[in-house]
Design a protein around this ligand. Sequence first.
Ligand code: GDP
Ligand code: IMO
Ligand code: MG
Length: 422
Amino acid sequence: MVDVILGLQWGDEGKGKIVDYFAKDYQVVARFQGGPNAGHTLYVQDKKLVLHQIPSGIFHPGIVNLIGNGVVLDPVTLKKECDSVTPFGVDLKKNLFVADRTHLILPTHRALDKAAELSKGNQKIGSTLKGIGPAYMDKTGRNGLRVGDLLDKNFTTEYIKLRLKHQRLLDSYGFQEDISAWEEEFFTALEFLRTLNIVNGEYFINEKLQAGQRILAEGAQGSMLDIDFGTFPYVTSSNTVSAGVCNGLGIAPRHIQEVIGITKAYCTRVGGGPFPTELNDATGEELRKIGNEFGATTGRPRRCGWIDLVALRYACMINGVTQVVMTKADVLDSFETLSVCTAYSIKGKETTQMPYQLERSQPVAKLQQFPGWNTGTDQCKTYEALPTTMKQYVHFINDYLNVKVRYISNGPGRDQLVVVPQ
Ligand code: GDP
Ligand code: IMO
Ligand code: MG
C-alpha cells in the first residue's frame, strides 16, 4: 500500500519533518513531483539539514528512497546533497534510487527560468529560479532529456541539440549571462549521477508493492501551488496533489490509502500571487519572526497570515485527505488573539468556495477570532497537556474541514509531535 504526505497550503508546511517522523513505518519513501524548488528541513543528530532532491527518508538506514519519474532532477543539486548526507552514514548505493524516466534540469533551463521571470516584470511568479518551469515545459513539449538517456551514447549530441534550441530562446529574451561555469559543474555532476542506482521506477515500486512493502509518497510544494488547482498562474509546474502520485511513480490509484495533509496552524506563502489572509502588519511580522519564516531554498522572507479554511477545505477535497497534521502550533503561543478565515467576500457576496481566479476575484477574508493560549507549548508531550484554548482552536478547524486533525506539531524537533486522541 501507498500513503501520501503532502502540503495543503502554499508549501513549507513542515513536510520534511513529518515524513522523517513517519518514515520508520515504511520500507520506501518516494518523491513523485517537483525538483530542487523544494526545501524540506529536518533535524538529524541535532543538526539542521535541508533536502531539495533526496526524499526525507534518507536518514533511516533500512529505508529505500526513490526519486520518481514525476520529479525534475538537477544533477548539480543532487550531487551536493549526496555529499552533505554521506557524513551521516547514509549508504547511497543501498538507500537511494533514481527512476530512469525522471527528466533532467539543464543549465539552460535555469537560465530560461531567470530570463522568463525578468521578462515578466512585476507580474513575475517569484519562482525559485531552479529551472522548474522550463524543465517541465520540455517534458510536456516532448523535448526533454531523461536520466535514462545518460546511459545512451548519443546523450551529448542530444544535449547539444536542446541547448541550441534553448540558446535561441535565451537570445529572444536578450539573456546574456555566461553559463559556462554551470555547464561545467553539470557535466561533472552527470558523471556522479551515472554512478548512482538508476532503475526503472515503475517496476521498482510495483515489485515492492507486490512484496507487501509499505510506500510513503512525499509531496513537494503545496496544493495551492498545483499546476491545475492552485492559484494559477502563480503556481509551480507540477501536480502537487495526491493524483500526482500515480503519474509521478507509476502506481495505480487503488494502492493509495492514507492521504496525510499538512497545514501550518497559520499560513505562509513565498513568491508572488494572491494570499487572502496575508498580514502586512506587525502581526505578520511577528509570525515571520517567531516562526522563522524564511525560505529553506532561497532564503526569501515568507509572507505570513492567518490560516485560510476556505483554501484548506478545497485542498482536502482535491486530495481526498484522510487525516491532517497541524504544524507550527507553538508559533502561535504568544498571540493574544488568533483569527481563522471561514469565508471569502467577493464583490460583496460571501462564499466558502475557491473561485476560478483568486487574484482577479480580490476576495476579502472573513475572519473569526479566537482567544490565544498565551503559554509555551513546545514542551508538551501529550494532548492532555495542551491548553484548552489550543484544543478549541484545533477542534474548530477539524469541524470546518470535516477531516480529523490527528497530530499537532509543536516544535521543529523529531519528537515534538502530539497525538490527538480520536
Ligand atoms: P517543508 O518544505 O514543508 O518541508 O517545510 P520547510 O522545511 O521549508 O519549512 C518548515 C520549517 O518549520 C522548518 O524550518 C522546520 O524545521 C520548521 N518546523 C516544522 N515543524 C515545526 C513546528 O511544529 N514548530 C516549529 N516552531 N517549527 C517547525
Ligand atoms: P516545498 O517543497 C514554497 C513557489 C515559488 C513560486 C512558485 C513557482 O519546500 O514546500 P517554481 O520555482 O516552482 O517555478 O516557483 O512556487 N515554490 C515554493 N514555495 N515551498 C516550496 O517547496 C516551493 N516550491 C516552489 O516561491 O512562488
Ligand atoms: Mg520548504
